[in-house]
Write a protein that binds this ligand. Structure first.
Ligand code: SF4
Length: 64
């Protein structure tokens, strides 16, 4: 799994961080998403897919 995202379009909702805190974080100053692990281990895949599905700005893309 590889993850890409467009942080410029992130609305800082933080949903991804709640669901997959080992993969996503938020910048302290404005809450914009920070990708901690662009190729997370299998144990994280379900959480990452869920985060991508519920991201209100639809900026998280998951590639097989
Ligand atoms: S869920 Fe989407 S909009 Fe919210 S912080 Fe994460 S990437 Fe940004």
């Amino acid at each position: 799994m590889k993850i890409t995202l467009d942080a410029d379009k992130c609305c800082a909702a933080g949903q991804c961080v709640l669901i997959a805190p080992e993969v996503f974080d938020q910048r302290d100053e404005d809450g914009v998403v920070v990708l901690l692990d662009a190729a997370p281990p299998a144990a994280q895949h379900d959480a990452v897919r869920e985060a991508a599905a519920i991201c209100p700005a639809a900026v998280i893309e998951v590639h097989a």
